[in-house]
Design a protein around this ligand. Structure first.
Ligand code: MSP
Length: 479
């Protein structure tokens, strides 16, 4: 692999970022950081951004008495701040109200229209603004959209349709053959199941949604927000505008998201790309949906956790760690917010933080800040760790690292270097502490994508073997 182009979904800006958005974005950030180290900074492109058109955003603006553009400008800034606050290292922040996106999308859609892949028709169906998609009667629970608890609108209007059915067999083959990888496997099975249902051509425009990109050949219509939003992955990689960039980055190596939007990414998106003569993404990974303390995250239940507040309480790196270490990535799981403090104290304050602090203190007091370079057998299998990382098995990686931390702490307790120092056994003390420092450097290296600041502090304080430094406390124990 000589380049890695990774994307998160671009999030709707109708509300502020919540923990679900943060979860995906932190995971993507870890991967981007991992690959930058592996293949070089210039070979990694990490895109996140905001999905700013459509009725959902327009309604939110209206509620506040704001013009849509003013509203989305404000919201996009809030998202950008939230990501800065979590030390997200994206290279691109894609906003769909950017004129370059508009130009690229217009070019893409016009091409499909000119070659006959888009035709005019009438759509009649139930539309949920919360989902920004059409639902069928089967999808409803008590007449309401189960996700948004709102009654879908009945729409009957002229729409333009994309010839999805024509491309379906090709998309199916791509997925079957693994040319487009869908992970985890359960998601792939779900997607394969969708091909067995009757999937219809889908509508790519709307008649009465003024907030969006006009259909290039018929300005009385606006492009359907999803069709346009998917194209952000192309337009911000240079499609139609910066051909050299585009050649370098396309196809995307990984679209990361949760399972809620896998159908759009695994079926509609490759079909649109095939129609445009472009390569489909290499991989789609759809992680699970999480609950908080066993309940669906929702404003009305009052259990929605604001990522910003979490950072205020625990700091950036601890927040990143606490979220990604909760349950295996890819599965549905529960964020046990009630256990954050306990886990923070156990793993970070008493585990990693304490180990760094005691080791560096002892090297300073007993060894004058000096340790010996020595050969140690790594306690983890580097190849396996990399493999786990590349397969997005974050909890495996974190578990392995925290096992090393616990074992190193235990070894120090068992060998009691403080006692050996008193007895004047300097060789032994040097042996024990040199090994601990080297272990800590390994730990810091593997943790770097997850906890970049912490890792950097540890690495800096342990970089000079003749002058090991004691850093300020990394994690203060919480009451
Ligand atoms: N705007 C579309 C995506 C367009 S991409 C071309 C959209 N936006 S969204 O704001 O609703 O974000 C959905 C994504 O947020 C999910 O796919 C997932 O990445 C994240 N999550 C939202 N809630 C979540 C959970 N409760 N659990 C895990 N991830 C969650 O859909």
């Amino acid at each position: 692999m000589n380049k890695f182009y990774i994307t998160t979904p671009i999030y709707y800006v109708n509300d502020k970022p919540h923990l679900g958005h943060a979860y995906t974005t932190i995971a993507a950030d870890c991967l981007a950081r991992y690959y930058r180290k592996k293949i070089g900074k210039d070979h990694v492109q990490f895109l996140t951004g905001t999905d700013e058109h459509g009725k959902k955003n327009a309604e939110a603006a209206e509620k506040l008495g704001l013009e849509p553009q003013a509203f989305v400008d404000r919201q996009a800034e809030i998202f950008q701040k939230a990501w800065a606050n979590l030390n997200i290292s994206h290279d691109i922040f894609a906003r769909t109200t950017n004129p370059d996106h508009y130009a690229a999308v217009s070019q893409f859609m016009q091409k499909l229209y000119d070659q006959g892949d888009i035709y005019e028709g009438v759509y009649e169906g139930l539309y949920c603004v919360g989902c920004e998609k059409f639902l069928t009667e089967k999808d409803l629970v008590d007449g309401l959209c189960p996700d948004h608890k709102r009654k879908p609108e009945l729409l009957k209007e002229k729409n333009y349709f994309f010839r999805l059915r024509h491309y379906l067999p090709k998309v199916q083959k791509l997925i079957e053959r693994g040319d487009v990888v869908i992970e985890p496997d359960a998601r792939k099975k779900e997607v394969m199941g969708l091909f067995k249902q009757q999937l219809d051509d889908f509508s790519v425009s709307r008649e009465n949604i003024p907030w969006g990109i006009p259909v290039p050949w018929d300005e009385s219509q606006t492009l359907y927000v999803w069709v346009e939003a998917l194209q952000n992955y192309l337009s911000f990689a240079g499609y139609g505008l910066r051909e050299d960039d585009f050649k370098k980055w396309w196809p995307a190596d990984l679209h990361l998201m949760a399972k809620d939007i896998v159908k759009f990414h695994a079926i509609y998106w490759p079909a649109l790309l095939l129609a445009a003569g472009l390569e489909p993404p290499k991989k789609i990974f759809a992680h699970g949906f999480f609950t908080i303390n066993g309940q669906k995250m929702s404003k009305s239940l009052g259990n929605a956790i604001d990522p910003e507040e979490m950072v205020q309480e625990f700091g950036i790196d601890a927040t990143r760690y606490l979220l990604l270490s909760q349950f295996p990535f890819g599965q549905d799981g529960d964020i046990q917010a009630g256990r954050f403090v306990e886990k923070y104290n156990a793993d970070l304050a008493d585990g990693l933080g304490n180990l760094v602090s005691r080791v560096t203190s002892m090297v300073q007091s007993y060894l004058n800040g000096q340790i010996r370079e020595k050969k140690i057998k790594r306690e983890y299998d580097v190849k396996k760790m990399n493999k786990d990382m590349e397969a997005l098995r974050f909890t495996e990686v974190l578990d392995a690292v925290f096992r090393i931390i616990a074992e190193t702490n235990k070894k120090i307790n068992d060998t009691e270097p403080w006692r050996k120092a008193k007895e004047g056994k300097e060789e032994d003390v040097s042996d024990i502490l040199s090994e601990a420092v080297l272990r800590l450097r390994d730990v810091a290296e593997v943790l770097a994508p997850f906890m970049p600041q912490t890792s950097e502090i540890i690495m800096t304080s342990l970089s000079d073997f003749n002058n090991i430094q004691k850093p300020p406390a990394l994690f203060l124990r919480k009451p």
